[in-house]
Design a protein around this ligand. Structure first.
Ligand code: ADP
Ligand code: NA
Length: 327
């Protein structure tokens, strides 16, 4: 069985982009893969944070993931397992500044004010490489926004192997879902849907009620043209393209099929159908999340057990890496 590793920041409640880009695939992969799923709380310190909020959102994210079908034994939080920090430091010393300078996500997140961001935000991709390679995971289900980070992880693994004269670290294969791999903001079709977007209207979360979902879709930005009947007609229409891609991914249909049904009409009927589809799939997850959040002790116990399993897999691997570098 191939090992899968994937992580999500507990910086906020998971949203539709996380669901379609990652979580939905995680649940499916469990059937025939050895899966390790991590709440990457160490990554959440790379942007400004508030301790009590982080603690609360770690439990909230755990509840969402369990509600979305993640098996309890496969879930833990990163800071509870020291392998991440130890291998992360080694990789900080293997990775090159020139490689990090090319990372587009850093440029997006840091914006113009680069000098005032944490060093953690800059070396984040090195820690992400350690997250995966501490488990010798070879398959990593992520959204398209993480493609460049997986390539960097492979560069780090290769350089480590070359410099230490070993073939210890395997090659990682990114597992990027074909449909809606990049879900965009509902308020601006050129920005990806993200937990860090200050506008709550920009994203649908896994704890939204049916009413929240319907309202956010009704208010989602569109243009004034009718929907086209063919995919080529979405050219230059980022918001329309995003909503159609979400529908297609959610319904497991092609964009062409969705446009055949809704093309030629205005956005009204399409938005109603999209809201219904989202409510049908996500409202039960939200309800189960609320139920799980009523028992915090249970959630903490799930994370403790998950961390024990994660330690038993990663500890021998990181000890061998430490031996290889001369520790
Ligand atoms: P965020 O960027 O919202 O903080 P994370 O960095 O925690 O999300 O990402 C968790 C997972 O969700 C990753 O696999 C990432 O590729 C995926 N993901 C995040 N945002 C999106 C999006 N807008 N569309 C598709 N996948 C996404
Ligand atoms: Na991300």
């Amino acid at each position: 069985m191939k090992r899968v590793f994937s992580g999500i920041q507990p910086t906020g409640i998971p949203h539709l982009g996380n669901y379609l880009g990652a979580i939905r695939n995680w649940a499916t992969l469990q059937a025939d893969h050895d899966c390790v799923f991590c709440l990457v709380d160490m990554h959440s310190l790379t942007m400004p944070w508030e301790p009590e909020t982080l603690r609360r959102q770690t439990l909230g994210s755990a509840a969402c993931l369990l509600a979305a079908g993640i098996e309890p034994t496969r879930l833990y939080n990163q800071s509870a397992v020291s392998a991440h920090a130890r291998l992360g430091w080694i990789f900080n010393c293997v990775s090159r500044l020139g490689w990090l300078n090319r990372m587009t996500q850093f440029k997006d997140k840091a914006g113009k004010n680069r000098e005032n961001h944490s060093a953690g935000l800059y070396v984040y991709p090195n820690l992400m490489a350690a997250d995966i390679l501490a488990f010798h995971a070879t398959r990593v289900p992520v959204g398209d926004d993480q493609r460049q980070h997986i390539e960097l992880a492979n560069d780090i693994a290769q350089k480590f192997n070359h410099d230490m004269g070993t073939d210890f670290f395997p090659t990682i294969e990114a597992f990027i879902p074909p449909a809606a791999a990049r879900v965009m903001s509902l308020r601006d079709g050129t920005k990806k849907m993200s937990k860090s977007d200050p506008s709550e209207q920009s994203r649908i979360t896994l704890t939204d009620t049916a009413d929240d979902i319907a309202l956010k879709i009704r208010r989602a930005k569109t243009d004034s043209e009718p929907l086209p009947s063919e995919e080529a007609g979405l050219e230059g229409r980022a918001e329309a393209r995003n909503l159609v891609a979400i529908y297609a991914a959610m319904a497991n249909e092609s964009v062409e099929a969705v446009l055949q049904r809704f093309g030629g009409e205005g956005f009204g009927p399409f938005k109603t159908a999209l809201a219904d589809l989202l409510v049908e799939s996500l409202a039960p997850v939200a309800e189960e999340t609320r139920r799980l959040l009523e028992n915090e002790d249970h959630l903490l116990a799930v994370l403790r057990q998950g961390a024990e399993r994660a330690r038993s897999i990663s500890e021998p691997i990181v000890q061998e890496a430490e031996r290889l570098v001369g520790f």
